[in-house]
Design a protein around this ligand. Structure first.
Ligand SMILES: *Cc1c(COP(=O)(O)O)cnc(C)c1O
Length: 376
């Protein structure tokens, strides 16, 4: 097999190995066969282990869909009657959670703060104190829109102190930076096959406390396809997804999981970090500025400020890089023009060195001054 290797510097789907790509090419199988159920059982247990959970206390429930389905499922399924959700919101992905609450008409508090900084934990605590009916505290571990890593351990501790459960979106962090569902005080987390696992898109996991999932059986039902208990219960009784699973995507995820354990968590975290450092080095050489304080960056996404050069044109720079096998990605900050470079996927520091050779050429080809200039 000879598949062109593209380096994806967007925040997922990420660059995959050829072995993961090839794992999708399997004999046709009906997913209702015992063999397929066994595959999913192993994958579910491994996902709990990936989050450092306990396979008895925790469960992983698979869904067909993109990452956002996990946000939807957790919010619509885990809120008891007459209670409220607190969304700790310092970025685009928590804003998406707030939007999900709005769409379902769920009672919620949108605790918004600057997208350039960490949330204020005192405000989180005050809100919990003032609203004893908050039953779910929702936060985003890694705000992919900016690259900020949020203090979920502290947020989770506050949730528990005030008798709420803690739900955390770990879609762009699980398997790439340290996370421990117990130590990080989370009851639920979520991830997608195409990010930390470096597999294919279309498969989402909700990982969390089995007893709470079982208790949610009696909570108001707000969705049919996206109800957590319904899918969990079907898995427990039959070993199957309620409806047709994304068969080939699951084969890729199984192979990716093998490769995850083979590389080892520590080695993988270190590789992503080395890739992130290489991004910063390359940016510094060209004079680019980033917009988030280094000490609160996740180590996975760098938000880069557009230079103040009249020839700067993100699309043209993007297209030059794209034609040469490197994908860069627009930013997600509404008030500042940024683009993002990410260290997700099966890539390493050498790929980043190769990328910066191309980026330099892209700047030269567009007559953009090097080092790039900023007015302030
Ligand atoms: C990627 C991502 C998602 C999922 O986005 P989709 O486009 O639905 O796959 C959710 N949360 C975070 C933090 C993400 O980075």
């Amino acid at each position: 097999m000879n598949i062109k290797r593209n380096i994806l510097l967007n925040p997922g789907p990420a660059t995959t190995t050829d072995t993961v790509k090839m794992a999708q090419i399997v004999p046709d199988i009906c997913p209702r066969e015992e063999e397929f159920a066994k595959n999913m059982k192993g994958l579910r247990e491994d996902l709990v282990r990936m989050a450092h959970g306990d396979v008895d206390k925790h469960t992983a429930v698979l869904f067909a869909g993109s990452g956002t389905i996990g946000i939807d499922i957790c919010l619509n399924s885990l809120l008891p009657e007459g209670k409220k959700i607190l969304v700790v919101n310092n970025g685009a992905y928590s804003s998406r959670a707030a939007e999900v609450c709005e769409y379902y008409g769920l009672p919620f508090i949108n605790l918004k703060s600057s997208v350039f900084d960490l949330p204020d934990l005192e405000k989180v605590e005050q809100t919990l104190k003032d609203n004893p009916d908050i039953a779910v505290v929702y936060s985003t571990h890694h705000e992919t829109g900016t690259g900020i890593l949020n203090p979920i351990r502290e947020i989770g501790a506050l949730a528990h102190k005030y008798g709420a459960i803690s739900v955390c979106d770990t879609t762009s962090s699980l398997g790439m930076v340290p996370f421990d569902i117990e130590k990080d005080n989370q009851d639920f987390c979520m991830a997608s096959a195409q990010k930390g696992l470096m597999a294919m898109s279309g498969l989402q996991f909700v990982i969390g406390n089995r007893a709470i999932v079982e208790a949610s059986k009696n909570y108001p039902k707000r969705s049919y396809y996206c109800n957590l208990f319904l899918q969990y219960d079907y898995f427990e009784k039959t070993g199957q997804m309620h409806f047709t699973p994304p068969v080939q995507t699951i084969y890729a995820a199984l192979q990716a999981m093998k490769e995850y354990w083979a590389e080892g968590e520590e080695n993988k975290f270190a590789r992503h970090h080395r890739t992130f450092e290489a991004i910063h080095e390359g940016l510094a050489e060209l004079g680019f500025k980033d917009v988030i304080r280094r000490e609160i960056q996740s180590g996975l996404v760098v938000s880069v400020k557009y230079p103040d050069d009249e020839n700067w044109d993100f699309d043209k720079v993007h297209d030059y890089c794209y034609e040469n096998g490197f994908t860069i990605y627009p930013g997600k900050i509404t008030t500042t023009n940024t683009f993002r470079l990410c260290s997700l996927g099966a890539i390493d520091a050498d790929d980043i060195k190769a990328f910066f050779v191309v980026l330099r050429k892209a700047l030269e080809a567009n007559n953009i001054q090097i080092p790039v200039k900023y007015n302030n």
